[in-house]
Ligand binder design. Structure first.
Ligand SMILES: CSC[C@@H](O)[C@@H](O)C(=O)COP(=O)(O)O
Ligand SMILES: [Zn+2]
Length: 204
Protein backbone atom coordinates (compact mmCIF):
# COMPACT_ATOMS: atom_id res chain seq x y z
CA UNK A 1 0.00 0.00 0.00
CA UNK A 2 2.80 2.43 0.86
CA UNK A 3 4.10 1.95 -2.72
CA UNK A 4 0.94 3.28 -4.38
CA UNK A 5 0.13 6.91 -5.13
CA UNK A 6 -1.33 8.81 -2.13
CA UNK A 7 -4.51 9.60 -4.09
CA UNK A 8 -5.02 5.90 -4.83
CA UNK A 9 -4.50 5.19 -1.14
CA UNK A 10 -7.10 7.84 -0.31
CA UNK A 11 -9.61 6.38 -2.78
CA UNK A 12 -9.07 2.95 -1.17
CA UNK A 13 -9.60 4.53 2.28
CA UNK A 14 -12.88 6.08 1.08
CA UNK A 15 -14.12 2.68 -0.13
CA UNK A 16 -13.14 1.13 3.21
CA UNK A 17 -14.98 3.93 5.08
CA UNK A 18 -18.01 3.34 2.87
CA UNK A 19 -17.98 -0.39 3.58
CA UNK A 20 -17.79 0.31 7.31
CA UNK A 21 -20.91 2.49 7.02
CA UNK A 22 -19.01 5.47 8.37
CA UNK A 23 -20.05 7.91 5.61
CA UNK A 24 -23.79 7.34 5.12
CA UNK A 25 -25.96 9.31 2.71
CA UNK A 26 -23.09 11.41 1.24
CA UNK A 27 -21.79 12.35 4.72
CA UNK A 28 -18.06 12.65 5.31
CA UNK A 29 -15.20 14.12 3.31
CA UNK A 30 -11.59 13.19 2.72
CA UNK A 31 -8.41 14.79 1.47
CA UNK A 32 -4.73 14.27 0.90
CA UNK A 33 -1.96 16.86 0.79
CA UNK A 34 -0.25 17.19 -2.58
CA UNK A 35 2.44 19.61 -1.44
CA UNK A 36 2.89 22.67 0.78
CA UNK A 37 0.27 24.65 -1.14
CA UNK A 38 -2.37 22.30 -2.51
CA UNK A 39 -4.53 19.46 -1.23
CA UNK A 40 -6.91 17.16 -3.11
CA UNK A 41 -10.36 17.21 -1.54
CA UNK A 42 -13.52 15.18 -2.20
CA UNK A 43 -16.19 16.87 -4.31
CA UNK A 44 -19.21 18.07 -2.33
CA UNK A 45 -22.37 15.98 -2.21
CA UNK A 46 -20.99 12.71 -3.55
CA UNK A 47 -21.29 9.25 -2.03
CA UNK A 48 -17.86 9.01 -0.39
CA UNK A 49 -17.90 5.21 -0.45
CA UNK A 50 -17.75 5.05 -4.24
CA UNK A 51 -15.37 7.90 -5.09
CA UNK A 52 -12.78 7.59 -7.84
CA UNK A 53 -9.63 9.66 -8.50
CA UNK A 54 -11.68 12.06 -10.65
CA UNK A 55 -13.86 13.00 -7.68
CA UNK A 56 -11.01 14.84 -5.97
CA UNK A 57 -10.51 18.56 -6.53
CA UNK A 58 -7.37 20.65 -6.17
CA UNK A 59 -7.78 23.20 -3.37
CA UNK A 60 -5.42 25.98 -2.33
CA UNK A 61 -4.44 25.38 1.31
CA UNK A 62 -3.89 29.07 2.10
CA UNK A 63 -7.21 30.36 0.73
CA UNK A 64 -9.46 27.25 0.69
CA UNK A 65 -10.31 28.13 -2.92
CA UNK A 66 -10.92 25.48 -5.55
CA UNK A 67 -8.34 25.69 -8.34
CA UNK A 68 -10.70 24.24 -10.95
CA UNK A 69 -14.02 25.94 -10.29
CA UNK A 70 -15.56 22.62 -9.21
CA UNK A 71 -17.14 22.55 -5.73
CA UNK A 72 -15.08 20.82 -3.04
CA UNK A 73 -16.51 19.70 0.31
CA UNK A 74 -18.68 22.07 2.34
CA UNK A 75 -16.11 21.45 5.10
CA UNK A 76 -13.08 22.43 2.99
CA UNK A 77 -12.11 25.10 5.55
CA UNK A 78 -11.54 22.46 8.23
CA UNK A 79 -9.24 20.39 6.00
CA UNK A 80 -7.19 23.39 4.92
CA UNK A 81 -6.95 24.55 8.55
CA UNK A 82 -5.43 21.21 9.54
CA UNK A 83 -2.90 21.38 6.69
CA UNK A 84 -1.97 24.93 7.74
CA UNK A 85 -1.74 24.13 11.45
CA UNK A 86 0.20 20.90 11.01
CA UNK A 87 2.79 20.89 8.21
CA UNK A 88 3.33 17.18 8.93
CA UNK A 89 -0.34 16.30 8.27
CA UNK A 90 -0.65 14.44 4.96
CA UNK A 91 -4.26 13.23 4.98
CA UNK A 92 -7.56 14.21 6.64
CA UNK A 93 -10.59 11.94 7.08
CA UNK A 94 -14.01 13.16 8.25
CA UNK A 95 -16.69 10.56 9.05
CA UNK A 96 -20.25 10.47 10.37
CA UNK A 97 -20.42 7.43 12.62
CA UNK A 98 -23.18 6.74 15.12
CA UNK A 99 -20.65 6.55 17.97
CA UNK A 100 -19.05 9.90 17.17
CA UNK A 101 -22.43 11.54 16.57
CA UNK A 102 -24.02 10.30 19.81
CA UNK A 103 -21.02 10.49 22.15
CA UNK A 104 -20.25 14.06 21.10
CA UNK A 105 -23.80 15.00 22.13
CA UNK A 106 -23.77 13.10 25.41
CA UNK A 107 -20.39 14.54 26.40
CA UNK A 108 -21.13 17.83 28.14
CA UNK A 109 -17.49 18.85 28.56
CA UNK A 110 -15.12 20.47 26.10
CA UNK A 111 -13.34 17.18 25.39
CA UNK A 112 -13.93 13.46 25.34
CA UNK A 113 -11.32 11.93 27.67
CA UNK A 114 -10.05 8.46 26.76
CA UNK A 115 -8.26 6.64 29.55
CA UNK A 116 -7.51 3.05 30.49
CA UNK A 117 -7.71 1.54 27.00
CA UNK A 118 -4.90 -0.47 25.42
CA UNK A 119 -6.13 0.74 22.03
CA UNK A 120 -5.04 4.29 22.87
CA UNK A 121 -1.71 2.97 21.57
CA UNK A 122 -3.20 2.92 18.05
CA UNK A 123 -2.60 6.69 18.16
CA UNK A 124 0.95 7.73 17.23
CA UNK A 125 3.02 8.69 20.27
CA UNK A 126 0.77 6.95 22.80
CA UNK A 127 2.57 4.24 24.73
CA UNK A 128 0.36 3.38 27.68
CA UNK A 129 -3.28 2.93 28.63
CA UNK A 130 -2.48 4.95 31.78
CA UNK A 131 -2.26 8.25 29.89
CA UNK A 132 -5.34 10.30 29.00
CA UNK A 133 -6.06 11.25 25.39
CA UNK A 134 -8.30 14.31 25.07
CA UNK A 135 -10.33 14.61 21.88
CA UNK A 136 -11.88 18.11 21.89
CA UNK A 137 -15.57 18.51 21.13
CA UNK A 138 -16.64 21.68 19.33
CA UNK A 139 -20.26 22.73 18.93
CA UNK A 140 -21.39 22.05 15.40
CA UNK A 141 -21.90 25.02 13.11
CA UNK A 142 -22.83 25.59 9.49
CA UNK A 143 -20.46 28.57 9.51
CA UNK A 144 -17.24 26.75 8.62
CA UNK A 145 -15.14 29.93 8.64
CA UNK A 146 -16.20 30.65 12.24
CA UNK A 147 -15.74 27.00 13.23
CA UNK A 148 -12.25 26.90 11.72
CA UNK A 149 -11.35 30.07 13.60
CA UNK A 150 -12.61 28.57 16.90
CA UNK A 151 -10.54 25.43 16.31
CA UNK A 152 -7.50 27.52 15.41
CA UNK A 153 -7.86 29.48 18.68
CA UNK A 154 -8.13 26.20 20.60
CA UNK A 155 -4.99 24.84 18.92
CA UNK A 156 -3.07 27.98 19.93
CA UNK A 157 -3.88 27.28 23.60
CA UNK A 158 -4.03 23.50 23.92
CA UNK A 159 -2.42 20.50 22.26
CA UNK A 160 -4.54 19.29 19.36
CA UNK A 161 -3.59 15.83 18.11
CA UNK A 162 -5.25 13.07 16.11
CA UNK A 163 -8.65 14.68 15.63
CA UNK A 164 -11.65 16.55 16.97
CA UNK A 165 -15.37 15.91 17.29
CA UNK A 166 -18.14 18.18 16.08
CA UNK A 167 -21.13 17.85 18.39
CA UNK A 168 -23.92 15.78 16.86
CA UNK A 169 -21.98 15.67 13.61
CA UNK A 170 -18.87 13.47 13.49
CA UNK A 171 -15.12 13.06 13.71
CA UNK A 172 -12.38 14.79 11.74
CA UNK A 173 -8.99 13.14 12.12
CA UNK A 174 -5.65 13.17 10.35
CA UNK A 175 -2.26 11.57 10.05
CA UNK A 176 1.09 12.09 8.37
CA UNK A 177 -0.15 9.97 5.47
CA UNK A 178 -3.28 8.06 4.47
CA UNK A 179 -2.14 4.97 6.32
CA UNK A 180 -1.70 6.81 9.62
CA UNK A 181 -4.97 8.74 9.19
CA UNK A 182 -6.75 5.40 8.63
CA UNK A 183 -5.20 3.94 11.76
CA UNK A 184 -6.20 6.99 13.79
CA UNK A 185 -9.75 6.80 12.45
CA UNK A 186 -10.08 3.10 13.16
CA UNK A 187 -8.45 3.41 16.60
CA UNK A 188 -10.58 6.39 17.64
CA UNK A 189 -13.76 4.78 16.36
CA UNK A 190 -12.94 1.62 18.38
CA UNK A 191 -12.33 3.79 21.47
CA UNK A 192 -15.62 5.67 20.92
CA UNK A 193 -17.47 2.36 20.71
CA UNK A 194 -15.84 1.21 23.96
CA UNK A 195 -16.66 4.49 25.66
CA UNK A 196 -20.29 4.36 24.53
CA UNK A 197 -20.64 0.78 25.81
CA UNK A 198 -18.90 1.63 29.09
CA UNK A 199 -21.19 4.58 29.72
CA UNK A 200 -24.26 2.50 28.92
CA UNK A 201 -23.24 -0.43 31.13
CA UNK A 202 -22.12 1.71 34.05
CA UNK A 203 -25.46 3.51 33.99
CA UNK A 204 -27.42 0.23 34.12
C1 LIG B 1 -25.28 14.38 4.56
S1 LIG B 1 -25.07 16.09 4.70
C2 LIG B 1 -23.52 16.24 5.48
C3 LIG B 1 -22.77 17.48 5.09
O1 LIG B 1 -23.45 18.60 5.53
C4 LIG B 1 -21.38 17.46 5.67
O2 LIG B 1 -21.39 17.40 7.07
C5 LIG B 1 -20.53 16.36 5.13
O3 LIG B 1 -19.84 15.68 5.86
C6 LIG B 1 -20.49 16.12 3.68
O4 LIG B 1 -20.44 17.33 2.97
P1 LIG B 1 -19.65 17.42 1.57
O5 LIG B 1 -19.93 18.81 1.09
O6 LIG B 1 -20.23 16.36 0.68
O7 LIG B 1 -18.22 17.15 1.89
ZN1 LIG C 1 -19.72 16.25 7.96
Amino acid sequence: MSQSHPLDQLVAACHWIGMKGWAPATGGNMSVRRDGHVCLLSESGKDKGTLTRDDFIEVDIATSQSLSGRKPSAETGLHTLIYRLFPEAGAVLHTHTVNATVLSRVEQGAALLLHGYEMQKSLSGQHTHLDTVAIPVFDNSQDIVALASEIEDYAARFPLRYGFLLRGHGLTCWGEDVSEARRHLEGLEFLFECERQRRLLEKA
